[in-house]
Design a protein around this ligand. Structure first.
Ligand code: BGP
Length: 487
């Protein structure tokens, strides 16, 4: 039994920094994600077990990256060469039957230094042809405007998102995109996982944590700048587009109380507020929630607001909410649960009732149904699952991958969405994360694969770079063709 509406948007998602490559082509400037260093000699057991977020940039590593002109130690500089391969990849997406494709636009392709007097026409032409090719294949476009990567010059010259100047520069960037692509892009996301700032500082706000005297102040002030930038993007969309298609996105941390002890239930509410609701509240309700005051006092954080900020937030809330969902976690005040990992978090309590992925993430399809219901109850806005998928070690044999484990995961999460729709949730779409294998965000490896399409490329970038269909390709193709009935 499937409850999906007939116009449900079945899709797939990638991020330009993890897929495009061509880091120094087409007039592109170096971006912050091009500077994330990778060493094949690292102890990957530790990295995977701790989800050691190898992204939190260090001063020396940044200097080294700026001096390096090749992609050997920088996997995001090569990705899977989507920049050149996309015409063939889109043919595969078409064969899959995708209704919508989510990718991000690379700020440093459009403004190589972020503060250039005028945009880079060659960068715009790349997106002209990419978006045109998607449209010719009858695939809608879900564009993320900033998915962790900004021009490195904005870090060197301004210090990243802690500098309020980035609001103005982001607004210029958004205005160019809305003017050029308002008739071809169907859904816009100004920021990917705007709550990343607290967990992955380099990815979220392009700040080098070790250089910050008062990191909490920097984090929340930077997030404020992104809230204002988001509101300005909403205001611009009303002026230039008028289609109510601007969304917010948060990495959903679905949290359960470790026990029925009331203190654990209160801890769960607090954690859920601080890690998720805070971000959606500001962008969907238009003001800072009062429950943040105790946290700001505890962390000695004082948000510097400028005249007009509060009004801007109140008058420019988003049209839909989206989130990434991979796993759930636990909150508890004193029970000693086993420690495991999760998206962006190096250590979370493991749920004794749930199995874990190859990378320690707690597999919980019911958590997706719960998240959808809780968000819809709270905001009564259309919802979009912008990321969901299973990162796993795939075994490539006879030109395919027998990924029954991924089919199992996806089947259960499709059922969870169907149940949520039956519960009354207004769910408009689903873009499976890593529809094609790309460089993973945390560990920077190809080994951690999400795709229904395999890419023959290893962690060092070696391989034919050819694409192959995994067993999950045919499964997803049938799921889409039957609108979620045949899974
Ligand atoms: C999210 C990011 C994506 C993606 C995903 C999976 O936080 O928005 O970019 O990478 O995490 O994480 P990973 O690739 O580390 O498994």
């Amino acid at each position: 039994m499937s409850n999906f509406p007939k116009d449900f948007l079945w899709g797939g998602a990638i991020a330009c920094s993890q897929a495009d490559g061509a880091f120094n082509e087409g007039g592109k400037g170096l971006s912050t994600q091009d500077c994330r260093y990778f060493d094949s000699n690292w102890d990957f057991n530790t990295i995977y077990k701790k989800n050691a977020y190898v992204s939190d940039m260090k001063t020396d590593d940044f200097k080294k990256a700026l001096a390096c002109k090749d992609d050997k130690d920088y996997p995001f500089r090569r990705g899977i060469d989507f920049y050149h391969e996309y015409p063939n990849d889109i043919k595969l997406f078409k064969e899959l039957g995708l209704k919508i494709f989510r990718t991000s636009i690379c700020w440093s392709r459009i403004f190589p230094n972020g503060d250039d007097d005028s945009p880079n026409e060659e960068g715009l032409r790349y997106y002209d042809t990419l978006f045109q090719t998607l449209k010719e294949n009858n695939i809608k476009i879900f564009a993320t405007i900033m998915h962790y990567d900004i021009p490195v010059n904005l870090v060197i010259k301004y210090g990243g998102w802690k500098n309020r100047k980035l609001i103005e520069l982001f607004e210029r960037y958004v205005e160019v995109l809305f003017t050029r692509y308002k008739d071809i892009v169907d859904y816009w996301l100004p920021f990917n996982e705007i709550n990343a700032a607290r967990f992955a500082h380099w990815d979220g706000i392009s700040v080098i944590a070790e250089e910050e005297e008062h990191l909490d102040q920097t984090v929340f002030q930077s997030i404020h700048h992104q809230f204002i930038a988001n509101a300005k993007a909403v205001a611009l969309s009303k002026k230039l587009i008028g289609k109510n298609n601007i969304g917010a996105m948060v990495a959903a941390f679905t949290i359960y109380p470790g026990t029925c002890k009331p203190e654990d239930v209160m801890q769960t509410l607090t954690d859920q507020r601080y890690s998720n609701y805070f971000y959606f509240d500001v962008m969907a309700r238009g003001y800072y929630p009062s429950y943040m005051r105790p946290l700001f006092e505890k962390l000695n954080v004082h948000i510097q607001m400028e005249k007009g900020d509060e009004e801007l937030l109140r008058n420019n809330t988003v049209d839909f909410l989206s989130f990434s969902y991979y796993a759930s976690q636990i909150a508890t005040v004193d029970e000693d649960f086993e420690i495991t990992t999760g998206n962006m978090t190096g250590a979370v309590y493991a749920n004794p009732y749930l199995k874990k992925s190859d990378f320690g993430w707690s597999l919980d399809n019911m958590g997706l149904r719960i998240t959808l219901n809780k968000l819809y109850d709270r905001y009564q806005l259309p919802l979009f699952v912008a990321e969901n998928g299973l990162g796993a070690f795939d075994k490539f044999e006879n030109e395919t991958v027998r990924d029954t484990y991924r089919i199992e995961y996806l089947k259960k999460h499709v059922e969870a969405m169907s149940d949520a729709i039956n519960d009354g949730v207004h769910l408009i779409g689903y873009t499976m994360w890593g529809i094609i294998d790309i460089v993973s965000c945390g560990p920077l490896t190809m080994d951690k694969r999400y795709g229904v399409i395999y890419v023959d490329r290893d962690n060092e970038g070696k391989g034919t770079n050819k694409r192959y269909k995994k067993d999950s390709f045919a499964w997803y193709q049938k799921c889409i063709a039957s609108n979620g009935k045949e899974i």
